[in-house]
Write a protein that binds this ligand. Structure first.
Ligand code: GLN
Length: 533
C-alpha cells in the first residue's frame, strides 16, 4: 500500500521537442497498468495565462478540458493515454502563477513583505503541484516541466523542484529526458550534451534520479556506463528511448526498459502488481497491422503545422484502428481550394473533414469543399467552424441566401446564419471568455447522430463564440437539414446533418478532445466506417 502521494518530475535537456509529454504519459500508463492511480501535470514557462490566446503556429493545438480550461496539447496525450479526464489544475503557466501571486499581493495577503521569486513564486508553484496530490485521488503525480534546462524562464520551476526534493524526501524523484545525438562521420552516439545538461541541473541543486535518453540508435552498455559515471545516476537508471514508429508504442518500449520498475524502486514502492496492458496491446496490434488503407482529406488553414490539429489526427488514428484500416490523411490547405479546382483536389478522397478555426482566411475554400461533398455524396465531418461553414454553404446554395455568412467573417451580411452567442456580445477580454468546456447535448431519436452515439444525452467540449442562428431553424429544416443535437438549456444547435446523404454531419463541439485509445470517439469511428463504404 502507498501511504503518501509520490511526485515525479520530468525535465528536458539538450533540445526541446524530445517528447517529455509522451514519456510522462507512457510512465503514467505503465503505473496505471499496474493498478495505481496517476495523473500528469504540465508546467509551462511562458507568460500567457493560458494558451487560449496563442495562434496554433506558435504553440500547436489548444486543448480543452471538461471544466473549460484552454490548455497545452500535451494534456490531450495525457487523456488519450490514461483515459481519464484532466482539468485546469493539470496545466499551469508562469502567467497564471504571477497572476495569482499579484492578486494576493493586492489583497494584502503579504502585507509588510517584499514579494519575491523565492519564496512567493516558488511557493505558488509548489502549491499548484501539491494541489493535485492533495485531492487524494492520485497515488502518483507526474509533473512535466516545459522548456529545456538552462532556459531563463524555467528557472523558478527547477528551483521549486529542488525545494520539493528536500521536503518530500523519498516521495519525490526527477527524471531527466535528454538526447544522444548520432554523429554519422564517426558513427557514434555522443554523450557530452547530456553531461552538460545534467551539470546545469546540478548547478541548480537538482540531481536527476533517472536519465531517459532519446536516440536513433541502440544505447550500448558502455554508453550507459559512461553516462552513469558522469551524471551520478545508477547504471540501470539510464534508459534508452529509441525513436518509435508510433507514440502508442512508447509505453511498451518503456516497459521493456523497466522505466516503471526503476521509478517504483527509487520511490520505495515494493511488490508492485503486474503490468496489465491487454487493451492497449490489442489497439496497437490493430493499428500496426491494418488490412486496408484509405485516404481522407483534412481541410484547414494551419495544415503546415500538423500539431495544430493534434487531437483530430489522433482521433482519426484511434478510429482507423477500430476499423482495421490505415487512414492516410491528406492535409489540404483551404486557401488552395476553389470551386473550379475542387474536383481535382478532393475528388479522389474517400471522405473529408473540415477543421475548426477562427477568422476569414481560407473560408471560401472550406465552403467549396463542403458543397462538393454535399453534392457528390462524399462523407463529410465538420467540426466547429467546419459545421458553421456547412450551415453557410447550405444557406447559400440550397436556401438561395447568396450573401449568407457568419458574422465573424462578414459583420454586414444580410443573412447571418451563424451569429455571435448572446452572452458574447459584451465580452471585451479575449482570454478564457469563449463558450468553453463540456456542455450537454440532446440527440433526436432516429437521426444519424443518435445512431452513432446510441444514446439520447451526451456531453461534448466546446470552444467557440459564434453559433447557429436559430432564426433560420425553420428554413433549414423545411429544406432538408436536420438539427439533430440541441443543447437542452440554451436551445443552441449542436449538430446538423443531411439524411439524404450517406454521411454528412457537422458538430459545433469538438469530439476530438474526447477520443482515447481505450474509448475511440464514436463520431470518428462512424466517419471512417462511412469513408470505407
Ligand atoms: N470561429 C468560430 C467561433 O468562434 C469557430 C471556432 C472553432 O472552430 N473552434 O465560433
Amino acid at each position: 500500500m502507498l501511504t503518501n502521494t509520490k511526485y515525479i518530475f520530468v525535465t528536458g535537456g539538450v533540445t526541446s521537442s524530445l517528447g517529455k509529454g509522451i514519456i510522462s504519459a507512457s510512465l503514467a500508463k505503465l503505473l496505471q497498468a499496474r493498478g495505481y492511480t496517476a495523473t500528469i501535470q504540465k508546467l509551462d514557462p511562458y507568460i500567457n495565462v493560458d494558451p487560449g490566446t496563442l495562434n496554433p503556429y506558435e504553440h500547436g493545438e489548444c486543448y480543452v478540458t471538461d471544466d473549460g480550461a484552454e490548455t497545452d496539447l500535451d494534456l490531450g496525450h495525457y487523456e488519450r493515454f490514461l483515459n481519464t479526464p484532466t482539468s485546469q489544475a493539470n496545466n499551469v503557466t508562469t502567467g497564471r502563477i504571477y497572476q495569482s501571486v499579484i492578486e494576493k499581493e493586492r489583497k494584502g495577503e503579504f502585507l509588510g513583505k517584499t514579494v519575491q521569486v523565492i519564496p512567493h513564486i516558488t511557493d505558488e508553484i509548489k502549491n499548484r503541484i501539491k494541489a493535485l496530490g492533495n485531492t487524494g485521488k492520485y497515488q502518483f503525480v507526474i509533473t512535466e516541466i516545459g522548456g529545456t534546462v538552462g532556459d531563463i524562464e524555467s528557472l523558478p520551476y527547477i528551483e521549486a523542484v529542488r525545494q520539493l526534493k528536500w521536503e518530500l524526501e523519498s516521495d519525490c524523484i526527477v527524471i531527466h529526458l535528454t538526447l544522444l545525438p548520432y554523429l554519422a562521420t564517426s558513427g557514434e552516439l555522443k554523450t557530452k550534451p547530456t553531461q552538460h545538461s545534467v551539470k546545469l541541473l546540478l548547478e541548480y541543486g537538482v540531481q536527476p534520479d533517472v536519465l531517459v535518453c532519446r536516440s536513433e540508435y541502440p544505447v550500448t552498455k558502455d554508453i550507459k556506463k559512461k553516462l552513469a559515471l558522469f551524471c551520478n545516476v545508477a547504471q540501470d537508471a539510464v534508459i534508452e528511448a529509441l525513436d518509435a514508429s508510433t507514440i502508442y508504442e512508447v509505453p511498451l518500449l518503456m516497459e521493456k526498459e523497466n522505466l516503471d520498475l526503476i521509478v517504483l524502486k527509487k520511490l520505495n514502492v515494493s511488490n508492485p502488481p503486474e503490468v496489465r496492458l491487454d487493451a492497449w496491446k490489442n489497439f496497437l496490434n490493430k493499428l500496426t497491422n491494418p488490412s486496408k488503407e484509405i485516404h481522407i482529406g483534412l481541410i484547414g488553414k494551419y495544415v503546415e503545422l500538423k500539431d495544430s490539429y493534434k487531437s483530430i489526427s489522433e482521433a482519426i488514428i484511434h478510429a482507423g484502428s477500430v476499423n482495421d484500416c490505415k487512414v492516410i490523411v491528406d492535409w489540404i490547405h483551404s486557401e488552395s481550394l476553389t470551386e473550379e479546382n475542387i474536383q481535382s483536389k478532393i475528388g479522389n478522397l474517400k471522405a473529408i473533414l473540415v477543421a475548426p478555426g477562427f477568422g476569414n482566411r481560407g473560408i471560401e475554400g472550406k465552403i467549396a469543399a463542403i458543397k462538393y461533398a454535399r453534392e457528390n455524396k462524399l462523407p463529410f465531418l465538420g467540426i466547429c467552424l467546419g459545421m458553421q461553414c456547412a450551415a453557410i454553404e447550405f444557406a447559400r446554395n440550397v436556401l438561395g441566401l447568396k450573401d449568407a455568412h457568419s458574422r465573424e467573417m462578414n459583420p454586414a451580411t444580410s443573412s447571418p446564419v451563424i451569429d455571435l452567442l448572446e452572452n458574447q456580445k459584451n465580452v471585451s477580454h479575449m482570454g478564457g471568455t469563449m463558450r468553453l468546456g463540456a456542455y450537454q447535448c440532446e440527440l433526436e431519436e432516429g437521426t444519424l447522430a443518435y445512431k452513432i452515439y446510441g444514446q439520447k444525452n451526451i456531453t461534448e467540449r466546446h470552444r467557440h463564440r459564434y453559433e447557429f442562428n436559430n432564426e433560420y431553424k425553420k428554413q433549414f429544416t423545411e429544406n432538408g437539414m436536420v438539427l439533430s443535437g440541441i443543447n437542452p438549456n440554451a436551445g443552441l444547435v449542436e449538430i446538423i446533418e443531411l439524411p439524404q446523404h450517406p454521411f454528412f454531419i457537422g458538430v459545433q463541439f469538438h469530439p476530438e478532445y474526447k477520443s482515447t485509445v481505450e474509448n475511440p470517439h464514436p463520431l470518428f469511428v462512424s466517419f471512417i466506417k462511412a469513408a470505407l463504404n
